[in-house]
Structure formats: C-alpha cells, structure tokens
Design a protein around this ligand. Structure first.
Ligand SMILES: O=C(O)CCC(=O)C1=CC=C[C@@H](O)[C@@H]1C(=O)O
Ligand SMILES: [Mg+2]
Length: 346
C-alpha cells in the first residue's frame, strides 16, 4: 500500500489516510446524473461520482472540463471524507445563503422559493451573453423581494477592471455584503480593491477562483488582493487542507459548495463546522437548485441553517439516477487516472 499523500493535514490531523488502490475506488463508486431546477454554470444537469467509503459516503465531482491534475485535488478530498472521516466540529449547525443563478428578473421569485429561508443571498452576475442591465434588474428584484437580506454578487471573473467599476457603481447602492471575484487574477483583484477603497464605496472584495485555481492558494492573502476568501474543500484537496489554508491566510473565509449533491454538501458543512471563525453564511444551499438528489431527506437548510446530521444516499435513488454506461465508464477512467496521479505524487 503506498503511503498516504498527506501526512501533515494541519491542526486537525490525527492520522494518515489509508489510500485505497484503484480497484477499491472503482468497486465503491456510483455514478449518477442529477437534473438541476435551473441552469447553473451553463449546465442543466450535474454528473457526480459517489464513493461508499469505509468512514462514510464521499463525493468526487470535478467539473467535466477540469483536467486530471485539477480533478485529482477533488479526489484527495473525497478519499479524506470516505476513508478518514471529518474533523471534529465546533458548532452543530452552519448558516447558509440562497444562491440565485443568472436568471431573468422574472424568474428570481421562483428560484428563491426553492430555499426555506433566505437571510443572505448570493446572486450570479456577469454571465456571458448578458448585460449589466440584466444584472442590475436581477439584484434589484432580489432586493425588492427581500429588503432585509444581506446580498452578495459573484461575477466569476467575468468583468474587466472598468466593467467591474461600472457594475459596482450601479449595483452597490442596492446594498452589497461583498463582491466575489469581480475580475480575473490576483493582480486584477488587488487593483480593483484599491480603487473601490479609494472611491470610498465600502464594498469588500472576495476571492474565489484566485484561491481555488491558483497553484498557491495563499497568494491572494499575501498580495492584499481581497478582504475575504471563498473556500471549497474539493479544489483545495480536502477539509483539513482547507482549514490550514484559512489559518495561514489570516482572512475571513466563506465556505461554499462546488454544486455538489447532498453527500458533497455535507462535507462542505463539515469544513464550515470545523472553522474557528465563521463570520459569513456559507454557499452550501445549492442542493435546493437540484431537481433530484441521491438522498430522500435532502441535505437542505431549514430556517437558513444546515444541521450536521449524517447523510447517506438512498439505494433506490442511486439506481434511479444512475448514469448511462458510457458516462459511467468515463468517470471510472477519470477516477483511476486521478487515483494514480495522487499515488505518484505522494
Ligand atoms: O456560493 C454559493 O452560493 C453557491 C456555490 C457557487 O456559487 C459555485 C459553486 C460551484 C462552482 C462555482 O462556479 C460557483 C462559484 O463560483 O462560487
Ligand atoms: Mg464564486
């Protein structure tokens, strides 16, 4: 058995992970296709590989376009969850936000109706093919429906510096908790943040892609490029690694989902529950964007809070949403390649 790839998982590490061999991974894998209620990240359904691990269920669902190097961090996270389990929580529930994809203003009410309570709402903006007018209309509609909610926007690096300034000037008066990755790159974030401060707009800047897609997730903090960071356990290689990154970054952190099923969302909640400070609602409400899930008792927030109950898929739902043979083979091949990459790098 090769050594575990991470023997220094931070303050919550207790023991090395027993690294499963490729045959064991494949034998424990279930591939499902889950339809979404509303398109998100340009997709109408989400393919997910679940692992029935000895320590619990785990999710490996890197987005389809990710290469093996990027996807292998997601497998590392899944093996941590399925073979090592979650670190000890320090809270029994976590606050979550509702998430509004880049829908028309007319569709906002229907999307919000999927969430049990929305004290905080994240709204997608800067969608390709749309205009600033669409963004303003969408955010204004959320504000009209929820006058007291905290609102945040996420541009997924879709604006240039000047576009971001124009957008923040237009949307800012509606009241923003923060703006997530308005522009691309660490340098771009820092320049924008400085200009937003110079203009006295008081809109904090959050980094997402500049944390999860950079080779050095701490570079944002060192560069003073953001007021807070968005963290997702899968791209950061697991919960314990994410905890360590937050500790070293020294910035407030918002835990977010990677558009996971209930199984992966439970791992996100475990990360949020183990963080020493949790100043913001977490982007872990996304199970509500799914038309179907693998659990009967879907892992959704009640009253804006997710409790830390155990989550396990229902065999009948796993069967009902089982991916076709071709997609299953594709995922199993990806699982094997990523597993081999991790063992090689260990
Ligand atoms: O943070 C949320 O409210 C929900 C999660 C979310 O927005 C995302 C999940 C998965 C992929 C990302 O494109 C997206 C994000 O950019 O934060
Ligand atoms: Mg984001």
């Amino acid at each position: 058995m090769p050594p575990a790839p991470n023997r220094s998982a931070g303050r919550t590490a207790t023991r090395p992970i027993r690294w499963p061999d490729p045959d064991e991974l494949a034998a424990r894998a279930h591939v499902v296709t889950l339809p979404l209620r509303v398109r998100f990240r340009g997709v109408a359904e989400r393919e997910v590989l679940l692992l029935d691990g000895p320590a619990g269920w785990a999710e490996f669902s890197p987005f389809l376009e990710y290469d093996d190097a990027e996807a292998s961090a997601w497998l590392r996270c899944a093996v941590e969850a399925g073979w090592d389990g979650f670190p000890a929580p320090i809270r029994s529930s976590v606050p979550v936000n509702a998430t509004v994809p880049a829908v028309t203003a007319a569709d906002v009410e229907r999307v919000l109706a999927s969430f049990d309570a929305a004290h905080t709402v994240k709204i997608k903006v800067a969608e390709r093919g749309q205009t600033l007018r669409d963004d303003v209309a969408r955010v204004a509609e959320v504000r009209r429906l929820l006058p007291d909610a905290a609102l945040r926007i996420d541009a997924n690096a879709g604006w240039t510096h000047d576009e971001a300034l124009a957008a923040l000037e237009a949307i800012g008066p509606l009241g923003l908790q923060y703006a997530e990755q308005p522009v691309a790159g660490i340098h771009g974030l820092r320049e924008l943040r400085e200009e937003v401060r110079r203009r006295g707009w008081g809109i904090p800047i959050a980094a997402d892609e500049s944390v999860r897609k950079e080779s050095d997730p701490l570079a944002v903090a060192r560069a003073g490029a953001a007021d807070l960071i968005v963290i997702k356990a899968p791209p950061l290689g697991g919960i314990r690694r994410a905890l360590r990154i937050v500790a070293e970054a020294g910035l407030p952190a918002v835990v977010s989902s990677a558009l996971d099923s209930s199984v992966g969302t439970r791992a996100g909640a475990a990360l949020a529950a183990a963080l020493p400070e949790l100043p913001y609602a977490c982007g872990l409400g996304t199970v509500s964007l799914f038309e179907a899930d693998v659990c009967r008792n879907r892992y959704e927030a009640r009253g804006g809070q997710l409790d830390l109950r155990p989550v396990a898929p229902d065999p009948e739902l796993l069967e009902r949403h089982r991916a076709g043979r071709e997609r299953r083979d594709w995922w199993l091949a990806r699982l094997r390649r990523c597993g081999e990459l991790l063992v090689k790098d260990a």
